[in-house]
Design a protein around this ligand. Structure first.
Ligand SMILES: *[C@@H]1O[C@H](CO)[C@@H](O)[C@H](O)[C@H]1NC(C)=O
Ligand SMILES: *[C@@H]1O[C@H](CO)[C@@H](O)[C@H](O)[C@H]1NC(C)=O
Ligand SMILES: *[C@@H]1O[C@H](CO)[C@@H](O)[C@H](O)[C@H]1NC(C)=O
Length: 410
């Protein structure tokens, strides 16, 4: 009797908590799974395009947030403007309602701060020219599915318009992302802005006191001074001798996701590794990883990176939305007077020592002897991969960490 009522109470409590937030065990819906998968595929082609852009150094792209921005375009779009979004996310057969609900479910699942134990602030805003009147239905649905705010913006005074955008980003990231852009070229259309702050909380923390000044080799003869954090632990690790690189997976708190680092053995420009980087190749590397003792050193720095993805999304298949003479975004305003002029995707990521306590008993283990070295003092690629949804939370590269230039020899 006592036992049954205890079970009943537990079940009730469980049901109550599941109703208020996504419990960690909630099974992802079929649509959300499909969108997690297609956003992960899209990540690689998008990354490759951004990487080829001139003057781009560090990269930070959140594929699940890109998918969510695309969802907003589908919500505002009609006819082929909307259907192109679905095709890009391989969701042509998914009904509208399930498409939007699936994207919403995916994003709330992976950004749930409690279940995930990481800090991830995501703010989205849709800016439209001041001549636009937002349709009531669009405002409601975009708030509900994409937690998106709406604002009209007047670019007559460009400087203050740009300032207003940057101030919003600064405020909504708690000061972590002070700037989305210095300028806006196309001021005659709709503009989606994602402003994010991500701080990994490691499954096992780095030693707070073992942070010291080291050098990071940006390129041959050009080094900057950075702080480095260190720890030794058991990690999934693979050295691809043929391709002269190492792959390392470091779990984030509760092992819900992990950061996969891909680093060349020697300092070199990342172009060679990027040519290898496909989803299939990543899966191959991941499958070959084995648990090894690794002495890990990472830059303890913050990165702020912003990309305008408008052109790239157009090249990847969103040809209508980005084209002024073709776009039909009339679900936003009731009129066919808008096109997608900008998609600013901006993140601040803080690499820090914080994490859950280390299990000290591992240091006595035989397998901790002779650790492999993973010393991240030169450019590397990384992905934050989610275990449950299989989505990619971030994909990027660190080429030039913030730090004082030490040497610049030619
Ligand atoms: C967009 O407009 C069409 C036609 O008016 C309507 O059928 C459709 O439901 C709208 N889409 C959304 C997402 O509101
Ligand atoms: C993660 O979990 C730990 C221990 O439960 C807690 O102390 C910490 O504040 C959490 N951090 C975040 C970012 O949720
Ligand atoms: C937009 O579409 C028109 C009509 O199909 C085409 O002529 C034009 O080249 C397109 N513009 C861009 C920027 O792709």
């Amino acid at each position: 009797m006592l036992l049954t009522s205890l079970v009943a109470v537990t079940l009730l409590a469980h049901a109550a908590s599941a109703a208020t937030s996504f419990s960690p065990d909630k099974v992802l819906s079929t649509h959300a799974s499909l969108l997690a998968d297609s956003s992960a595929s899209l990540a690689f082609s998008l990354y490759q395009r951004v990487a080829k852009e001139k003057d781009v150094e560090n990269i930070l792209i959140s594929p699940v947030v890109v998918a969510s921005a695309l969802g907003l375009v589908a919500l505002g779009g009609k006819a082929s403007t909307a259907s192109q979004v679905k095709s890009l996310l391989k969701a042509g057969k998914v009904k509208d309602e399930q498409f939007h609900a699936g994207l919403a479910e995916l994003l709330s699942e992976v950004s749930d701060p409690v279940a995930r134990n990481v800090t991830w602030k995501i703010s989205s805003r849709l800016y439209c020219p001041s001549t636009v009147t937002f349709a009531e239905g669009f405002l409601k649905k975009s708030k509900k599915h994409y937690n998106c705010e709406h604002t009209k913006i007047n670019f007559k005074d460009k400087k203050s318009a740009v300032n207003a955008i940057n101030e919003w980003a600064d405020k909504s990231t708690g000061g972590k992302l002070p700037e989305v852009t210095k300028d806006v070229e196309k001021t005659d259309g709709a503009m989606i802005i994602n402003a994010m702050f991500f701080k990994p909380h490691w499954n096992e923390q780095f030693h707070h006191k073992m942070v010291d000044d080291r050098v990071f080799l940006v390129s041959r003869g050009f080094t900057v001074s950075v702080q480095m954090m260190h720890r030794t632990g058991l990690y999934d690790y693979y050295e691809d001798v043929e391709n002269k690189l190492t792959v390392l997976s470091v779990p984030l708190a509760h092992k819900k996701s992990s950061v996969i680092f891909i680093m060349p053995l020697q300092a070199e420009p990342l172009g060679r590794l990027e040519k290898l980087l496909t989803r299939k190749q990543l899966d191959t590397w991941v499958a070959k990883m084995e648990e090894k003792a690794v002495a890990l050193s990472l830059p303890k720095v913050s990165m702020e990176v912003s990309h305008n993805l408008q052109k790239h999304l157009g090249e990847l298949g969103l040809t209508e939305a980005v084209n002024k003479s073709k776009a039909d975004l009339s679900n936003i305003s009731g009129k066919k007077n808008l096109y997608l002029a900008n998609v600013f995707h901006a993140s601040a990521v803080e690499w820090d020592t914080e994490g859950n306590p280390i299990d000290p008993t591992i240091y006595g283990l035989e397998k901790m002897k002779d650790p492999k070295l993973f010393y991240a003092d030169h450019p590397f690629l990384f992905l934050v991969k989610d275990q449950k949804t299989k989505s990619i939370l971030y994909m990027g590269r660190m080429v030039r960490p913030k730090g004082d230039k030490i040497r610049d020899e030619l």
